[in-house]
Design a protein around this ligand. Structure first.
Ligand code: MN
Length: 723
């Protein structure tokens, strides 16, 4: 592991870079980036008291541990220049080009995300990191390097900041590092997190390791020598290193209930050879002398882990009856085991070509990456996205096999349905059954590690059942099942919509092709903001577009608002309102008051009350002939100052027979204080006679309306009705 280097010099960085970057132009560019950052940060200090430039220098150095390309190193050196407002993107773009500037911009965006805010914003920010992964993984490399150096100097912060940063690192960044196969950086981050989150546990493990250090080293050295001798005898060129278990991994084992001495029994060695075959040869040689412990042998060479890790693992009964865990791998495998996807830099490319080849490698080699991309496209809700990624992709998984031996990684709890949809949507959609380890299993069977899963499909199957939504575990499978049904529903709505339109057109005696002439279709598409005719059908079918409104787009010129009112009001019965507070009865407060249906008074009319037998008071117009003789039943009433309701009243209109008289009358109601509620055509001989019922707020409005009607040329007479 890289030692914390407080006094890292620029020369150290340059020397490290020169071990793998030899192009003079690139080295010069890195130098320019460093000088630029140095000048920009001049005079600034970190909380540690060190000159600020030490931070970007260390970040760049950590990036060289991943063999980063020159642009990523440049961006690492300048990663804080946008954040602190030293420079603008335009300045950087002009001096260092698009690729470097985009990287710096990317890391600035991520560094500005706040993970201590409310849940929603934390989730939204979490998503940005995950999505950032899928856009340019180099930004995540810089983020990891930046965080690693900040974690190494975390002691300078107050305790609550330490805990917050450590938790965030453990929640978000180490799972990502793990998935990217970057075990080197992941291991150091985890140990640092533990040191700040559980200092007592951390330091107790450190102390116990120290106490047993001498004994451990002694046994490991002795075993190393013995194994080395065996391999030399067989002529296998190799190197062997003692391997320190990470403090975090010991903590995890303690956490699972093991005792320290128990874990501690596990002495660890790692054997490096040149070629893959030599891994197996070395294994055989070691097993021939030291008996392997049953069930502890793992061949991750033939079956790499889903983060690309390759190695042979075995645990043997070694010298002095100690258990030794031995890993055997080639140097190339070791590079991938340590740096994961970051060992896939392409030095033939430069700039965004590097990005493309890395992204390509991610797509080819990392299953989880494909899942993130799919989820990113399907889910719009931040919380759903982050939950599915963290729960289903970054967390506990089972590893199962296709009949060909391909490893498929799924979250624990997954069923054959999840497996089928992970392989391909078509496999899921046509699945009719599943066979696990040669046995037929029900679809809700929960997959176990190392299950061999075969999905039976039938091309003629009608598709998934809705019940599968309850059985499937992964969001991915559920989304695919849902989208299957959405597609089906869509087709059905389309068919229904077309039928509805057809029926309406038959009713109107319009031909389907006539209505959907190419000219009309163009109008409909633009008015309804649809892309295709099918989309219109679908929206009529699902009720989003009422069929009438679709018709009206084409026929709107012939059917006016007046036509609509006319339709609504022909021969409609009018209800008379009961009055609560609009009319005041002298001397009586709590009595039922109705308006009289014979003369239909409106506010502003002179009125009088008539005491009925058993149903309160009826209000008539003063001039109403129906109450003249009944003095003893008459009681004074008057309108309140504030009238709440509108009142219906009827007028009689006589007109010469001519077209459109009613439309002319209705067109006089554009004033909102008067509404035509009903129209009755009364019998007449020479002229048309209409009873028009309107509701009005006040007599004045009514008078104006009647005046307006009177002005229409063919009107003979307008008067209020009393029956
Ligand atoms: Mn930084």
């Amino acid at each position: 592991m890289t030692k914390v280097n407080m006094n890292l010099k620029y020369d150290d960085l340059v020397n490290k870079i020169k071990t793998y970057i030899h192009d003079e132009k690139e080295l010069k560019k890195i130098d320019e980036a460093y000088q630029y950052a140095l000048l920009s940060h001049a005079g600034e200090k970190r909380l540690t008291g060190d000159p600020y430039i030490g931070h970007p220098l260390n970040v760049a150095y950590i990036l060289t541990d991943m063999n980063a390309d020159s642009n990523t190193i440049c961006a690492g050196l300048m990663h804080d220049l946008l954040e602190d407002g030293h420079h603008t993107k335009e300045e950087l773009r002009e001096k260092f080009g698009d690729d470097i500037t985009n990287l710096i911009d990317g890391i600035t965006v991520i560094n500005r995300l706040n993970f201590s805010g409310d849940k929603q914003s934390v989730i939204a920010n979490h998503r940005k990191i995950l999505v950032g992964l899928s856009e340019d993984v180099r930004v995540i490399f810089i983020k990891l390097a930046d965080r690693l150096h900040n974690m190494r100097t975390l002691w300078v912060h107050p305790e609550h900041v330490q805990k917050e940063k450590a938790k965030e690192t453990l929640d978000i960044l180490t799972p990502i590092a793990h998935r990217l196969g970057m075990s080197h950086i992941k291991g150091e981050l985890e140990d640092l997190c533990l040191r700040y989150l559980k200092p007592d546990v951390y330091f107790s493990i450190v102390e116990q390791l120290n106490q047993t250090k001498n004994e451990r080293e002694h046994f490991v050295d002795e075993m190393k020598e013995s194994v080395s001798e065996l391999l030399n005898k067989e002529g296998i060129k190799h190197e062997i290193k003692g391997r320190a278990k990470s403090i975090y991994s010991i903590y995890k084992k303690l956490d699972k209930g093991k005792t320290f001495s128990n874990i501690y029994d596990l002495y660890a060695l790692r054997v490096y050879v040149d070629k893959k075959e030599e891994c197996y040869q070395a294994l055989g040689i070691i097993h021939s002398k030291y008996r392997p412990m049953p069930k502890r042998f793992k061949d991750y060479i033939a079956m790499p882990k889903t983060n690309m890790y390759q190695s042979l693992h075995t645990t043997v009964f070694g010298i002095h009856e100690r258990l030794f865990e031995i890993q055997i791998r080639t140097y190339e495998m070791d590079e991938i085991a340590e740096n994961g996807i970051a060992s896939h830099w392409s030095y033939k490319e430069s700039g965004s070509g590097v990005k493309a080849s890395l992204q390509n490698a991610m797509e080819q080699k990392l299953q989880f990456f494909k899942s993130i991309i799919e989820l990113k496209d399907e889910l719009t809700n931040d919380e759903e996205f982050v939950n599915s990624v963290t729960k289903e992709i970054l967390n506990n998984n089972v590893y199962v096999f296709t009949p060909n031996g391909d490893v498929i990684e799924l979250p624990s709890g997954s069923t054959p349905i999840d497996f089928a949809y992970r392989v391909h949507s078509n496999v899921g959609d046509h699945m009719v059954g599943a066979i696990v380890n040669d046995n037929i299993v029900p679809l809700d069977y929960v997959l176990q590690n190392n299950d061999i899963v075969k999905i039976n499909t039938n091309k003629n199957s009608v598709g998934p059942s809705k019940e599968w939504l309850n059985i499937a575990f992964t969001t991915q499978a559920k989304n695919k099942i849902r989208s299957f049904f959405n597609k089906i529903d869509k087709q059905e709505y389309q068919k229904r919509g077309e039928e509805i339109l057809n029926k309406e057109l038959r009713k109107r005696k319009v031909g389907f092709n006539e209505f959907f002439s190419s000219e009309n279709v163009e109008t409909l598409l633009s008015e309804l903001k649809c892309e295709t005719l099918e989309e219109i059908f679908m929206n009529v079918g699902n009720g989003k577009f009422p069929v009438g409104s679709v018709m009206n787009i084409i026929y709107s010129e012939t059917e006016t608002k007046e036509d609509l009112i006319l339709k609504r009001t022909q021969n409609k019965e009018i209800k008379l309102p009961t009055i609560k507070t609009d009319v005041i009865v002298e001397g009586i407060s709590d009595i039922k008051v109705n308006v009289a249906s014979c003369c239909k008074p409106v506010p502003g009319d002179d009125i009088i009350g008539y005491i009925t037998k058993g149903s309160g008071i009826t209000v008539h117009r003063m001039i109403c002939p129906n109450i003249i003789e009944e003095h003893e039943r008459i009681i004074p009433v008057h309108w309140n100052h504030q009238i709440l309701k509108k009142y219906p009243t009827s007028i009689l209109v006589e007109a010469r027979k001519e077209k459109n008289t009613l439309l002319d009358i209705i067109s006089k109601t554009s004033n909102h204080d008067i509404v035509v509620e009903g129209i009755k055509t009364l019998k007449s001989s020479d002229n048309d006679l209409y009873e028009i019922t309107v509701v009005v707020t006040h007599l004045d409005v009514l008078k104006k309306f009647m005046n307006d009607i009177d002005m229409i040329p063919n009107i003979i007479k307008v008067e209020r009705m009393i029956q």
